[in-house]
Design a protein around this ligand. Structure first.
Ligand SMILES: C[S@@+](CC[C@H](N)C(=O)[O-])C[C@H]1O[C@@H](n2cnc3c(N)ncnc32)[C@H](O)[C@@H]1O
Length: 361
């Protein structure tokens, strides 16, 4: 169970005093209030009506005292609106948090609600070095839910990224570990002559097909069911997009996947990695990327977050050339400075020029 963290930075940056330590630890309180509201499906029940606490308590089958304190806090942070004794949904509550609305992001909300109980077990993973449910195999049912969660996480981010990661003359793109195919669909929407393939496990591809059914560009999308950590990648592609997969694997596993990716790229083809990279010398920041590594400890056998420079070294060691970071406008990123591009050696004119120059030096 892999948590996809929020793309905004975590708020706490430094803890030096006892008060700052206490405040940091106490930060669990408000998240718990929000998650209880989700567990009650409160925003769906509130819907587009106005409620008094006694009426809503009756409907939700909870105590009036408990609900009144809960709702006061929900109103204080703006997810409910309060006027006198009346409560209503905020815009967010009425849409993304409301199961009866078409903008509902239930997949992602279910995932983060379940993660509370998972994170309570962190000590187990710190002791063992293993994921908390390492003995439970990945079920197709779980994979389906997770894939919907990934879609709900990136459906606004992906088009913004696709607008900034240019496909140039590429005709084919492989979305490696593409899950719901949200990124593949965004690249197709932006590039009218591109064809894309989503590569993932069968249960994830079923969700990708359901989502693609609602898109015009679905005729240019195909599917590849494959375990790319074990098998070679069939076919040849101009671009391989490896987004939010790097952190699931150990350095050795990633290097093996990079070799398979290189073998599946046309000469001069591009391998583009998007992930929660660390950027400072000690690999501590952005803090969000460090905290995200804790999720990898909880949910994967060997995953972690990595510095952009070590990932760049792995791709160079694999045989890629022209490795560089791709700039993405602040506020539109999936992760802060999170896109790294490399090219397969070959016909790419810039690559050839650079290699000729470096040979002369
Ligand atoms: C965290 S999700 C990322 C989805 C998408 N690329 C994105 O950026 O939102 C990772 C995806 O990689 C897939 N995946 C990981 N390892 C895989 C493997 N060895 N073979 C096939 N799919 C894999 C998972 O099933 C999951 O859908």
């Amino acid at each position: 169970m892999v948590l996809q963290a929020n793309r905004k930075r975590v708020v706490i940056q430094r803890i030096a005093t006892f008060d700052e330590f206490r405040d940091a630890v106490s930060a669990y309180r408000l998240p718990r209030v929000l998650l209880v509201a989700l567990e009650l499906d409160l925003f769906t029940t509130v819907g587009d009506r106005s409620w008094t606490i006694p009426d809503l308590a009756k409907e939700l089958k909870v105590s009036e005292r408990g609900l009144s304190i809960l709702c006061r806090n929900l109103a204080a942070v703006g997810v409910l609106q309060k006027k006198g004794i009346i409560y209503k949904n905020s815009r967010l509550g009425a849409t993304a948090l409301n199961a009866d609305h078409r903008a509902y992001r239930g997949g992602y909300l279910n995932l983060i609600t379940r993660h509370w109980a998972d994170w309570v077990r962190l000590l187990e993973s710190v002791r063992s070095g293993l994921p908390i449910d390492h003995d439970i195999p990945d079920s197709p049912d779980y994979r389906r839910q997770f894939t919907w969660a990934m879609h709900h996480r990136t459906l606004e981010i992906a088009p913004a990224i696709a607008a900034q990661v240019h496909m140039g003359h590429a005709k084919t793109l492989l979305d490696l570990g593409g899950g719901p195919g949200t990124y593949a669909m965004a690249f197709l929407a932006k590039n009218p002559t591109l064809h894309a393939t989503v590569c993932d496990r069968e249960a994830a591809l079923e969700v990708a097909k359901e989502i693609a059914d609602t898109h015009k560009a679905r005729r240019r999308l195909s599917y590849l069911s494959l375990d790319f950590s074990k098998e070679p990648i069939p076919g040849m592609y101009d671009v391989i997009w490896y987004s939010n997969v790097l952190h699931m694997y150990s350095p050795e596993e990633n290097r093996a996947i990079f070799r398979r990716a290189l073998a599946a790229l046309t000469p001069g083809g591009r391998f583009i990695i998007q992930d929660a990279f660390l950027h400072d010398r000690e690999s501590l920041y952005p803090l969000e990327a460090s905290v995200f590594a804790v999720s990898m400890l909880l949910f994967t056998e060997g995953g972690n977050t990595y510095s952009a420079s070590e990932a760049a070294k792995w791709v160079k060691d694999t045989g890629f050339v022209a490795v560089k970071s791709l700039p993405i406008r602040k506020g539109t990123e999936d992760w802060e400075d999170g896109v790294l591009e490399a090219s397969a050696p070959g016909l790419h004119p810039k690559t050839t020029a650079r290699r000729t120059r470096s040979r002369r030096n």
